[in-house]
Design a protein around this ligand. Sequence first.
Ligand SMILES: C[C@H](O)[C@H](O)[C@H]1CNC2=NC(N)=NC(=O)C2=N1
Length: 100
Amino acid sequence: MTDRPTYTPVTPADLIPLTATGWTAVEGGRALAKVFTFRNFIDAMGFMTRAALWAEKWNHHPEWSNVYKTVTVTLTTHDTGGLTELDLRLAAKMDALYND
Ligand SMILES: C[C@H](O)[C@H](O)[C@H]1CNC2=NC(N)=NC(=O)C2=N1
């Protein structure tokens, strides 16, 4: 059972809580990016595995890469070519998982 929000567009004000936690608007405001740094590779993999389960549940998938203990994430909504509520939701979930 998916719990998928609609493609609600994002206003600049919506981004303020996320920029406060280290997310940066990139690609002319059409994407959000953040680098997560972990204690080690296994913690980075654990984060990616947990985040992947939410991404699949919400059918909204990150562009991301891992190098040792860092995970570099870009979020955008490919179907609309910009940021939507789904990106904000996944960004907030990644922050919560990171702080767990
Ligand atoms: C067909 C499928 O539902 C779509 O391609 C989904 C899959 N995951 C997605 N992920 C992201 N980030 N953006 C999308 O537009 C998107 N669309």
